[in-house]
Design a protein around this ligand. Sequence first.
Ligand SMILES: *Cc1c(COP(=O)(O)O)cnc(C)c1O
Length: 466
Amino acid sequence: MHPRRTAINMKTIIEPFKIKSIEPINFTTEREREAYLRRAFYNMFLLPAEEVLIDLLTDSGTSAMSARQWAGMMEGDEAYAGAKSFFRFEHKVRQLTGLRYIIPTHQGRAAEKILFTIVGGKGKYIPNNSHFDTTRANIEFSGAEAVDFPTQEGRDPDVIADFKGNMDVTGLEEFIVRVGATNIPLCMMTVTNNSGGGQPVSMQNIRETKAVCTKHGIPLFLDACRFAENAYFIKKREKGYADVPVKDIVKEMFSYADGSTMSAKKDAIVNMGGFLALNDEALATQARNLLIVTEGFPTYGGLAGRDLEAIAQGLEEVLDEHYLHYRIRSVEYLGERLSTAGVPILQPPGGHAIYLNAKKFLPHVPVEEYPGQSVVVELYRLGGIRSVEIGSVMFGKYDQQGKLIPARMELVRLAIPRRVYTQSHIDYVIEVVIEAHQRQNVLKGYRIIEEAPMLRHFTAKFEPIA
Ligand SMILES: *Cc1c(COP(=O)(O)O)cnc(C)c1O
């Protein structure tokens, strides 16, 4: 008898849901995929999704909604002003974050755009553990400077540590003293740290960051896209939290925040949506004025009433610890199995994705020949898996002689959509990645034959190097 045994203690990961509605996968052959690759110039962004078997391009907006969320869609109140759905959404976000003013936006970057249009501008600095690319872009577009403070261990892809997403608090404080607190309208903290590999931030680190901010009179904002995944890591890894419900961990995380931006396309488990949440009334008034110009009236902000219902419900479901266990454990399982088979990955597994280390995967392919792109192409060719290169294709630049300035790391991200794939899909991914790794010696590099001046990875055309 195991009176206290639950599925969480068992080895096999079971999805904490049954499947009520399905979407068929279009099976293709290697030969067909080779033709699709040629037609798409070996760029995954140029492939129709129908030609993909397992789509691990992103975890953003790709979630499966629950029956209750779909039911909520039917309940959506589409009144222009004061819709019932808005108040349900506002109540839920307020309950979760403890923040006073809740402003819906159509996605995370819209909240960022509004926030930094108000507080950014030339001569201003916005620190963060690591800025996500849209956050950085919105800050820089305002004329301000986006500055990252990852820790030493957070920068090392091979170190195994519990909280590699942490802020370098000492570095942050030195920076504040150097440039002056008056030039820092707010400090951000991204949970989990997406650009740093989906690595979590500890409660202690949030607390210490808040203490430094308070000492210098700077508000702290959470970029809260994956707040629930971060809270679950705290429960599992940080001393003193093992018996605390995730709901209460989330509450404590937000208790240190003066505001928050959120993409609901992540941990609210919906396909579109976001919000800006604030405590400062004057800032909220300014934000609402901008919202009316760019997004819509403050009680819908670029979303339909039904979207607000789905977000409110998703924010409830994401706190279910059986869901979080399945979510974090299945990503970790993918990482463990690859690692055991000798496939080089960024350690330890993050919350929403596994990152393959392409420099080690293909040590014979120089960075100028984009080893990450070569791995991406092979995963698709072999198994129809769509992943994304996060390396010199995405972040590479050229010097004045036209020579490539490579990215710091050459990674391939396998992002796991929420509630979409089962453990057998993950087993299939493991099989394909291991087979690709066994073929490493025959894999060749790629050259770019056409590219745009900005964000080239979306449209670049490639050809294999003979
Ligand atoms: C996705 C994301 C954003 C931007 O959100 P969108 O909904 O894609 O606009 C901001 N920050 C982080 C950490 C993200 O992961």
